[in-house]
Design a protein around this ligand. Structure first.
Ligand code: PXL
Length: 292
């Protein structure tokens, strides 16, 4: 195949790119459906540029974690300071932090970068396999030093129970949980409804913000295989839309739409050995990325 050269002299553009930069602070997932890989794909799909600081490396396929190694916290601090000093970070997101030392580094970073909007996915355990993704002391530092700094936190049912120190079983408990979490930690809350039963065929996420009070975001409950990384993807999509200039409620609505498309258009491969595997499609055809 012959490719014609571009005519004329190419000149380095003198303008600053308008593409917003997003930062992911998360673990590496070898299956690339969750973690830093999911975050970077989501940032790219939503027309932002992703940079990252890796907190741990996880050897896994969906539902099967076989080995976890946390990154040294000095290496994490170097990654954060390196990208911060060169890139204009418009919004950031944290996922798996692995250790108390890493949480302390991240809390310290956001103390001296208080202008960056921050979405925290409080990842404590892998849903499948019940592997801890943050140690006990780390959970305690996260609660005290990092959550109060967040623009939004995105717990699922188990994480919300850990944050409140009690179970959330009834409809009423579910409805009042976001405000209770807000009152303890002082940040806006998106409580994901995927693990709660409902009479209708909808999944409803509840959001509590100081300004708007309780908001509801509903979508169809999809009959798809277990898709790993939905939490990482939702939090990253919210981060990308915040970086693109949207207010929090609009960023959440757009992110829910994107996640639904990534689920509806999921990918799957069959295998004689294991029966097969499925994954979120981070580049669904049905992605709408409106201009802010
Ligand atoms: O989905 C939670 C999660 C986040 N980050 C990493 C993971 C997982 C789940 O296994 O591996 C790196």
């Amino acid at each position: 195949v012959e490719v014609a050269p571009v005519a004329g002299l190419w000149q380095v553009p003198a303008v600053t790119s308008s593409t917003p930069v997003c930062l992911s602070i998360a673990g590496s997932d070898s299956s690339a459906g969750a973690g830093v890989q999911a975050d970077l794909k989501t940032f790219a799909a939503l027309n932002t540029y992703g940079v990252n600081a890796v907190t741990a490396i996880v050897a896994e396929a969906p539902g099967k974690v076989s080995c976890i190694e946390a990154c040294d916290s000095t290496l994490l601090a170097h990654q954060l300071n390196r990208v911060r000093s060169d890139f204009p970070i418009a919004a950031a997101k944290t996922g798996m932090l692995a250790t108390a030392e890493n949480v302390a580094i991240v809390a310290n970073f956001f103390q001296s970068n208080s202008d960056i909007p921050l979405v925290i996915d409080p990842v404590f355990r892998a849903t499948a396999g019940d592997f801890p993704l943050l140690d006990k002391k780390g959970i305690s530092i996260l609660k005290k030093e990092l959550l109060p700094r967040a623009s939004l936190i995105t717990p699922n049912r188990m994480e919300a129970e850990e944050l409140l120190g009690k179970t959330i079983s009834t409809r009423n408990e579910f409805e009042s949980a976001p405000k209770e979490i807000f009152e303890i930690y002082g940040c806006s809350v998106l409580l994901k409804g995927g693990h709660f039963q409902s009479e209708d065929s909808l999944v409803t996420d509840l959001v509590w913000t100081a300004n708007a009070g309780l908001l509801r975001f509903s979508r169809a409950r999809l009959d798809v295989p277990d898709l790993h990384g939905t939490g990482c993807t939702l939090a990253s999509a919210i981060t990308a839309h915040l970086a693109r200039g949207y207010e929090l409620d609009r960023a959440i609505a757009l992110a829910c739409r994107y996640l639904e498309s990534a689920m509806r258009e999921f990918l799957q491969w069959t295998s004689h050995k294991t029966g097969g595997v499925a994954a979120l499609n981070h580049f669904p055809k049905d992605t709408i990325v409106p201009r802010p």
